[in-house]
Design a protein. Structure first.
Length: 251
């Protein structure tokens, strides 16, 4: 037998893994926030953000947002939430978590619950922890303008209706957190070619694909008066349906 690297993704780079895969989901969330902010005419350097979850997705999303000039006023993990209206230092938080595993005990900012964190007034809210965090019970108290779902299913259907009625712009999970699976696909492509791309090439291709997906979803939503979640679902199903139909004609 022999090794076939392309059958597994998420490998170390020395074994045929894709550069940038570890941070790809969080980076993808931020790429889509950038596109949504342009659409909403939001200047990111003047925006505030709250990130629920400080694992792989949340920590990278917070870091990349802060690098764009967004003021991160709240973050949380399973142990605690931290709020500082003047802004948190994400590099400092990352260093603390690297040494202590969790945010609990972090000395700067006010410690609050995850529930309180979600209800902070902010421009951008990124739920990047567990599912069913925004429900019919707390949806009316959500105060963001832009909701980017880094986690899978963080918003219930009932809450989704409330948020849409309030005018919150939602980047649904199947769009917002697609960066990771996209770069896993890139890993397969590179392995089948036996040629690995640079980090800049990976990020450029990821940005291009997600930007295209955002605008296709937005155009469908505006054309048919759908919310973004419905538009994203239809966009995905239609592409599969078209391929299925064509499969009957071509080998």
């Amino acid at each position: 037998g022999y090794t076939v690297p392309a059958v597994v993704t998420g490998k170390p780079v020395v074994l045929g893994g894709a550069r940038g895969r570890n941070e790809a989901t969080g980076r993808g969330v931020v790429y889509l926030i950038q596109e949504a902010a342009k659409h909403l005419k939001m200047n990111l350097s003047e925006c505030t953000a709250v990130v629920q979850g400080f694992g792989n997705v949340g920590s990278h999303a917070a870091l990349f947002l802060s690098e764009l000039g967004v003021k991160i006023i709240g973050v949380s993990d399973a142990t605690t939430g931290i709020h500082n209206r003047h802004g948190l230092s994400i590099p400092s938080l990352l260093e603390y978590v690297a040494e202590n595993r969790f945010l609990e005990g972090y000395p700067e900012g006010d410690h609050i619950s995850n529930e309180e964190l979600l209800e902070l007034k902010c421009d951008i809210l990124v739920p990047a922890a567990l599912q069913n965090q925004i429900t019919a019970e707390n949806a009316d108290r959500i105060q963001c303008k832009l909701l980017a779902e880094g986690a899978n299913g963080p918003t219930t259907l009932e809450a989704d209706e409330v948020l849409n009625e309030k005018g919150v712009f939602i980047l649904p999970d199947i769009l917002a957190n697609a960066g990771g699976v996209t770069v896993s696909y890139f890993e397969w492509v590179q392995d089948t070619q036996n040629y690995m791309w640079s980090l800049d090439e990976v990020n450029e291709r990821l940005h291009r694909i997600l930007k295209d997906a955002f605008h296709r979803t937005l155009n469908r939503a505006e054309k048919h008066q759908f919310d973004m979640r419905t538009a994203a679902m239809i966009e995905g199903v239609e592409r599969v349906a078209q391929a299925k139909l064509a499969r009957g004609l071509y080998p």
